[in-house]
Design a binder for this molecule. Structure first.
Ligand code: UD1
Ligand code: CA
Length: 456
């Protein structure tokens, strides 16, 4: 049985008051539409067709790498019209699953249950009971509790408005039957739109027993129309991630103040302080402590590592037992071995640092290969860029770099070498020796400090 997924995303999203098409607004760092696409992809459908309208080119280019089929709906004449436009794309499918680009948190389990119902019928709806059903299409049932139709809010009678079971819009349907029913809908209604929901009454007319399932939570079927709803679902999503982390053995100082924009894997007894942001793929091994205001992207943090407050770490590997920060920036392609200390106002880029080395204060280490047990003094700069090219600095095991030194790359500091404080090193420094470049100190004893002349 071939499955085609249809994602409706042609609406303008006026209430977002944005230049960005609504379905491209990010939730947990990812466009709303991508959430839906990824959930759909888990069913390995034959094809995922996105019905687009407003901001189409931008939507297409943003999701260019997701192997989607695109169908333009030039005029938005209603949800039924949108699906009619997409019918030619669905010709080879047996079943169709209809989703919405602005309903991002629908879960795979719920869709699984919905499609299971399609085995028993040609049409299955996802419905939910709401305390306040206002604005939604109402599910009308007969005295035997069978669904007979969906009535839109604007077309509903007083009695129908009192129904609190609503249409989420999400449905699974036989492709052949869908085509037949859509051929029979019109726009004789309050909004003069072609309603997809009109196929329900037609199905019942044809003797189909319309099935229904409920989602496991209301949030799954919430649509986003404005930024307040977007923020609400963002917090809901983040709270779920926080609950997962705690269940996995991590402690959070405040589960309402952590953001996961990607995938975070935690070991046991991890502690995460307030306002940490994790992006992409991040792994925190057992016993890791993350200080407040950390931003960590695509990184592996080894066992027992302590990240002190206000650190930014990206595309890096931090070895077990290391201590980073406060206020450190670890940039892409950095690999720190075990027990490395990186202190305040230190920036490290594209460098490897060996076991037990210390870079504790105010330094820049870029394009460098640092050995084990190295001590890099405060204010040391690897001068890796000559204005055109980047060059490498190599610092051998047990080397000691005096404070405020500049290592002008390409340059090699030998094993066990000592560089005197304040040196500008332009040639290789020999192993196990002292190398320094420093103007001789001078004392002028006859010198007097100038004094201000009193005003006349
Ligand atoms: C629709 C349902 C309603 C349901 C509600 C759930 C219909 C007629 N009504 O109402 O029963 O309770 O969703 O949120 O289906 N879209 C297009 N092309 C169009 C029109 C809409 O792509 O021509 C897309 C929109 O981008 C949106 C979705 O379809 O993502 C729903 O459209 P909207 O106009 O918001 O439908 P509602 O009136 O809310
Ligand atoms: Ca809507």
């Amino acid at each position: 049985m071939k499955l085609g997924v249809l994602i409706l995303a042609a609406g303008q999203g006026t209430r977002m008051r944005s230049r960005l098409p609504k379905v491209l607004h990010p939730l947990a760092g990812k466009p709303l539409l991508s959430h839906v696409v990824e959930t759909a992809q888990a069913f390995s459908p034959d094809r995922i067709t996105v019905i687009y309208g407003h901001g189409g080119e931008q939507v297409k280019s943003t999701l260019a790498d997701q192997h989607l089929d695109w169908c333009e709906q030039k005029e938005q004449l209603g949800t039924g019209h949108a699906v009619i436009e997409a019918l030619p794309h669905l010709k080879s499918d047996d079943r169709v699953l209809i989703l919405y680009g602005d309903v991002p948190l629908i879960s795979g389990e719920t869709l699984e249950a919905l499609m299971a119902r399609l085995g028993k019928s040609d049409l299955a709806l996802l419905t939910v009971k709401l305390e306040n059903p206002s604005g939604y299409g109402r599910i009308v049932r007969d005295s035997d509790h069978h669904i007979t139709s969906i009535v839109e809010q604007k077309d509903a009678s007083e009695a129908e408005l009192a129904i609190n079971e609503i249409n989420t819009g999400i449905m699974a349907v036989s492709r052949a039957r869908l085509e037949g029913w859509l051929a029979r809908i019109d726009n004789n209604n309050a909004q003069q739109e072609y309603y997809l929901t009109d196929i329900i009454a037609l199905a019942v007319e044809d003797g189909v027993e319309v099935q229904s399932v409920h989602p496991s939570s209301e949030e799954e079927v919430m649509g986003i129309n404005d930024r307040a709803q977007l923020a609400f679902l963002e917090r809901y999503y983040q709270r779920q991630r926080a609950d997962e982390l705690m269940a996995a053995g991590a402690s959070l100082a405040d589960p309402a103040r952590v953001d996961i924009r990607g995938k975070l894997v935690v070991g046991q007894d991890v502690f995460i302080d307030c306002n940490a942001i994790f992006e992409g793929q991040v792994e925190l091994a057992d016993g890791v402590k993350i200080g407040p205001n950390a931003v960590i992207k695509n990184a592996r943090i080894g066992e027992g590592v302590e990240i002190l407050p206000n650190c930014v770490i990206e595309d890096a590997e931090i070895g077990a037992g290391s201590r980073i920060g406060p206020f450190a920036r670890v940039r892409p392609e950095t690999k720190l071995a075990e027990k490395v200390n990186v202190g305040n106002f230190v920036e490290i880029k594209k460098s490897t640092v060996g076991r037990g080395s210390k870079i504790n204060h105010l330094s820049y280490v870029g394009d460098s290969l640092v050995g084990h047990s190295v001590n890099i003094g405060a204010g040391t700069i690897t001068c890796n860029y000559d204005g055109a090219n980047k060059h490498q600095t190599v610092i051998g095991d047990n080397a000691f770099i005096g404070s405020d030194s500049q290592l002008v790359a390409p340059v090699i500091i030998g094993d066990g070498a000592t560089v005197g404080a304040g040196s500008t090193i332009t040639r290789d420094a020999a192993p196990n020796s002292l190398t320094l470049s420093r103007a001789k100190q001078l004392t002028v004893s006859s010198w007097h400090r100038p004094v201000k002349q009193p005003k006349k």
